[in-house]
Design a protein around this ligand. Structure first.
Ligand code: SF4
Length: 345
């Protein structure tokens, strides 16, 4: 049940996908409960620290400079602004603060600011995660030296389908960055995107690649494509929701000790679909993106769903942080008492 394997064959993965839905869900739940506390979901907050004008051509991405999506470009945020957002995230109950920059790779001139951000966010008692594109071995060492806990770098899809989605960076580039991150001692966040027009075999092959890495990533985001007007994938056919839920369940079984994150696309899923994703073994989410409660209906909806499903935010094992737990518990309680909540904001 808890066996961590790195030798999955494609036939084995396809066989998991082909199980009757309830059998697959049952197996995923068994694996989940053998490895995690049931009904706990790790909560992260994501901030874009540099938006748009990316040199890469990822066909799903509104931040690519190759496509005109009307996205407003922003330069690298000032360190102080990042720290203000991190403080707000902590006050709202996030345990990890993820910072993403739309870069092919970080430039050396940006590294001092990046270091300051990491040190400042970490100093608040939050876990830190960054996604900055391709890294050299030296850059990975620098980030680890500054105290970065996690680095996100996705494989996106299967090696076979990859060339249909990105031409400016190779699959091997991604694998190299992942090994630099590991070698530097950081934790790895690595997943992919489904619903990009890939085949069922590609979904199996993506999960196989991730599970057969030398070490399983600690976090595995499974994203449902959000079709953005102006990107080449804006008109791709929708993926059946059950196929997405199956992908989460198979990821849970193959990556028994990893957090599987229900990631992009969640805001377009109804509560019932999200509940099935949690049942399939998803145990991590991004919580809101605008952190002031009055401006944050998405975060409120998340707390309502947590309350309805009896889910609780997961606590960091290495840090005792009662304030964090209290903040999240209060946010959930607020959802149970809407009148009180609205009076308070
Ligand atoms: S590298 Fe990242 S930001 Fe740049 S186009 Fe690809 S997904 Fe978007």
């Amino acid at each position: 049940m808890s066996q961590v394997r790195h030798d999955w064959t494609l036939a084995e993965v396809n066989a998991l996908f082909a199980l009757p839905f309830n059998d697959l869900m049952f197996r995923a739940q068994l694996v989940h409960r053998a490895n995690f506390t049931a009904n706990e979901v790790q909560v992260s907050t994501l901030l874009s620290i540099k938006t748009g004008a990316c040199a890469e051509d990822c066909k799903y991405c509104p931040q690519s400079g190759h496509y005109n999506t009307g996205l407003e470009r922003e330069r690298l945020l000032e360190v102080e602004k990042v720290l203000t957002q991190a403080k707000a995230a902590k006050d709202q109950g996030a345990s990890r603060f993820c910072m993403g920059a739309a870069w092919s790779n970080p430039k050396q001139r940006d590294m001092p600011y990046i270091m300051e951000m990491i040190q400042g966010v970490k100093g608040m008692g939050l876990e830190t995660c960054m996604t900055l594109g391709k890294l050299t071995a030296d850059q990975a060492q620098e980030l680890a030296g500054a105290g970065l806990d996690y680095y996100n770098h996705n494989l996106d899809t299967s090696p076979e389908f990859y060339g249909e989605i990105i031409t400016t960076r190779t699959y091997q580039d991604r694998l190299d960055t992942l090994s630099h991150v590991r070698d530097a001692g950081m934790k790895v966040c690595c997943g992919g995107i489904v619903g990009m027009g890939e085949s069922a075999n590609d979904r199996s092959a993506l999960l196989r690649q991730i599970a057969n890495l030398p070490e399983h990533p600690e976090s595995v985001p499974i994203n449902m494509l959000v079709k953005v007007a102006g990107t080449p994938l804006e008109n791709v056919d929708d993926l059946d929701g059950f196929e997405f839920i199956r992908t989460i369940a198979v990821a849970r079984i193959m990556l028994p000790k990893s957090h599987v994150r229900l990631s992009a696309g969640r805001s377009r899923m109804n509560e019932q679909m999200q509940a099935l994703c949690f049942m399939a073994g998803a145990n991590s989410i991004f919580y809101g993106d605008k952190l002031l409660t009055t401006e944050n209906p998405e975060a409120n909806a998340d707390m309502q769903l947590f309350a309805k499903l009896g889910l609780k935010p997961e606590q960091r094992g290495d840090v005792s942080d009662e304030a964090h737990e209290a903040a999240m518990a209060q946010a959930i309680q607020d959802q149970l008492e809407p009148a009180l909540f609205h009076a308070a904001v």
